[in-house]
Design a protein around this ligand. Structure first.
Ligand code: C2E
Ligand code: CA
Ligand code: CA
Ligand code: CA
Length: 278
């Protein structure tokens, strides 16, 4: 009965959302094409649980907006994927990550790898393999020092294309990790046939405390599955000593989370690693 008013309200709301979305997209296009330095790469250390040393780092992009706000990736990666801007953005993050990694080496930091997120939109582009190779050549990073993180859901998008490009990259020596493992529903058979070196267990699987029995069964079974398939495991979102000890007891190789460090700007990351290896 009040349908008319509601309808008007609804369309106005819809229009303003659409306009807002378009503004974000335009602004992101401006940043990527004219001011790529606004898209800053932060690094979060990954700890080897056997040696206690920093073995690698995950690159996580942030948008340092000129109006002063720092915008997290969850707020602009979807827009970048919808508009295709994820292609130049992904290349920018990959190039910057490789350059920063090489600088760490020059400064005496002994990290094994740099891990970079790639979205399904990038993987499904026919030129992804060539584009990635070009950045490796241009920067001079050894392929073994690069790990690409691909979400479990991206792996299920298009069996053939994605598996093929990952196999090509792995043939070249690039490492492949399945990100957010456990949140998709990939079959175990599929897992065995995929070109993968590492599993990153999603942080939703991290038990809060000793009372959370169900969670323990999940994490221990993922760890034994991975060990049977000869895959290393990175536990994400490790926030407490309790969680770290549980992981060590169950022979998880790597951990990442606020317990050790949040993602840091490059210079702060270098400082952190120095302090941690003294
Ligand atoms: P992700 O790959 O699963 O990254 C892990 C997220 O968990 C990061 O959020 C990280 O800051 C956060 N995190 C790390 N340790 C902890 C912890 O102990 N507790 C909690 N609660 N959270 C923790 P961030 O940086 O906001 O990134 C969100 C997502 O955005 C990433 O999830 C990834 O999917 C995407 N992303 C980030 N950078 C890139 C990029 O360069 N390219 C693409 N395609 N995606 C990216
Ligand atoms: Ca990731
Ligand atoms: Ca993840
Ligand atoms: Ca995630």
């Amino acid at each position: 009965d009040t349908g008319k008013n509601n309808y008007q309200f609804y369309t106005r709301q819809l229009t303003s959302n659409a306009v807002q979305k378009m503004e974000v997209e335009l602004d992101l296009r401006r940043a990527i094409t004219e001011a790529p330095e606004e898209l800053e790469v932060f690094y979060q250390p990954q700890i080897n649980l056997v040696t206690g040393m920093v073995s690698s780092a995950e690159a996580l992009v942030r948008w340092q907006h000129p109006d002063g706000k720092r915008i997290g990736p969850d707020e602009f990666i979807p827009a970048a994927e919808n508009t295709g801007l994820i292609i130049p953005l992904g290349q920018h993050v990959l190039r910057q990550s490789c350059l920063d990694f090489l600088n760490w080496q020059r400064e005496g930091l002994e990290l094994e790898r740099i891990c970079v997120n790639v979205s399904a939109v990038q993987l499904l582009r026919s030129s992804f393999y060539e584009d990635t190779q070009a950045i490796l050549q241009e920067t001079g990073i050894p392929p073994e020092a690069l790990e690409l993180e691909v979400t479990e859901t991206a792996l299920m998008k298009d069996d053939e294309t994605v598996a093929h490009v990952l196999a090509q990259l792995q043939d070249k020596g690039i490492q492949i990790a399945i990100d957010d493992f456990g949140t998709g529903y990939s079959s175990l058979g599929r897992l065995q046939s995929l070109p993968v070196d590492r599993l990153k267990i999603d942080r939703s699987f991290m038990p809060e405390d000793a009372q959370a029995h169900g969670d323990h069964a999940l994490i221990t079974s993922v760890l034994s599955l991975a060990s049977n398939l000869n895959l290393e495991v990175v536990a994400e979102g490790v926030e407490t000593e309790y969680q770290a000890e549980l992981l060590i007891r169950n022979r998880c190789q790597l951990a990442q989370g606020y317990l050790y460090s949040p993602p840091l700007p490059n210079s702060a990351f270098v400082e952190w690693v120095r302090r941690h290896t003294e």
